[in-house]
Design a protein around this ligand. Structure first.
Ligand SMILES: Nc1ncnc2c1ncn2[C@@H]1O[C@H](COP(=O)(O)OP(=O)(O)OP(=O)(O)O)[C@@H](O)[C@H]1O
Length: 244
C-alpha cells in the first residue's frame, strides 16, 4: 500500500563549502498544511528547492508516496505530483490570466479543452474570474500572487509547495490568502508545505509546523506546540509569538 506522504529525509546541501542544510527532514501528509518557518537564511527555500528538484543535495532522499524521487528532474517531480511556487511570481506578463492558467495545464499534458475547463474552475476558486481577460502584467500584486498559485494548481498537484504566498500582501489580502489556501486543501485534498513569515497566517491555517534554524530542523509540532517551544521562541518567534 502506498504511503500518502511527501518526505525529505536527511537532506544536506552546501554552497561553496558553506552548509545551507544539514540532515533536514520534513514530511507532508496528503491533505495537511505543513508550515515551514525559521529566520532569514535558515534554509527554507533551499529545502523546497531540494524537494521540488531545483537543487541537488549531497546526502538525503526525497520520496513521493513512498517512491524514491531523489534522482528525478523538476519536471518529472511535477508530473509525479510535487509542484511549487516561487517567491517572485512567475507568470507570462503579456498573456491573459486565462491563458496563463491554461498553459499551466497544457504544460503537464492536459488537452486544450480540459485546460479551458480547469482554468474556469480555478479562476472561480481563486476569485480571478473578473480578471480573466486581463494581461498578467497589468494585475495588482495580490491578483498576481493568486495567479501564480492558480498556475501551479493547473498541474493538479498532490503536494503543493508554496514559497511565501503572502509576502508583500496587505493585512486584508493576507486574510483572503489564508482562506484561499484552506479552500485549496479542502477542494484538492493535496498536502501543502507553506514557507511563510506571516505568523498569524501560519498559526491560523497550519495543521503542523516545522522550524528550520541554521539549516537544521529545530522542532516539528502543532501550532500550539511550536508557540510554546522555548528554543523556537528564542531562535525565531521572539515577540511575534505574542502577536500570532
Ligand atoms: N545559490 C546559492 N548560492 C550560495 N548560497 C546560497 C544560495 N542559495 C542560498 N544560499 C545560502 O544558503 C542559506 C539558506 O538560504 P535560503 O534562501 O534557503 O534561506 P531561507 O530560509 O529561505 O531565507 P529567507 O527567509 O530569507 O527567504 C543562506 O545562507 C543563503 O545565503
Amino acid at each position: 500500500m502506498s504511503e500518502q506522504r511527501l518526505e525529505a529525509n536527511g537532506i544536506c546541501v552546501e554552497f561553496d563549502g558553506v552548509r545551507a542544510l544539514h540532515e533536514a527532514t520534513v514530511e507532508v501528509r496528503r491533505g495537511e498544511i505543513m508550515g515551514l518557518i525559521g529566520p532569514n537564511g535558515a534554509g527554507k527555500t533551499t529545502l523546497v528547492n531540494a524537494i521540488s528538484g531545483y537543487q541537488n543535495f549531497s546526502r538525503g532522499r526525497v520520496t513521493i508516496d513512498g517512491v524514491d524521487a531523489s534522482s528525478w528532474t523538476a519536471p518529472a517531480r511535477a508530473r509525479g505530483g510535487v509542484v511549487r511556487t516561487f517567491q517572485a511570481v512567475r507568470v507570462f506578463r503579456e498573456l491573459t490570466v486565462r491563458e496563463n492558467i491554461e498553459l499551466g495545464a497544457i504544460g503537464v499534458g492536459s488537452s486544450s479543452a480540459s485546460g479551458t475547463a480547469l482554468a474556469d474552475e480555478l479562476m472561480e476558486m481563486l476569485d480571478l474570474h473578473s480578471q480573466a481577460d486581463v494581461a498578467a502584467g497589468n494585475l495588482s500584486y495580490g491578483y498576481q500572487r493568486r495567479l501564480g498559485i492558480a498556475r501551479s494548481l493547473a498541474a493538479k498537484p498532490q503536494y503543493l509547495l508554496l514559497d511565501e504566498p503572502a509576502a508583500g500582501l496587505s493585512e486584508e489580502e493576507s486574510v483572503v490568502m489564508s482562506h484561499v489556501l484552506r479552500d485549496i486543501r479542502d477542494e484538492f485534498g493535496c498536502g501543502m508545505l507553506l514557507i511563510e513569515h506571516d505568523m498569524p497566517l501560519v498559526m491560523g491555517i497550519c495543521d503542523r509546523i516545522t522550524v528550520l534554524n541554521f539549516g537544521e530542523i529545530l522542532a516539528t509540532g502543532t501550532p500550539a506546540e511550536i508557540r510554546n517551544n522555548r528554543s523556537v521562541v528564542e531562535a525565531y518567534l521572539g515577540s511575534e509569538v505574542t502577536n500570532a
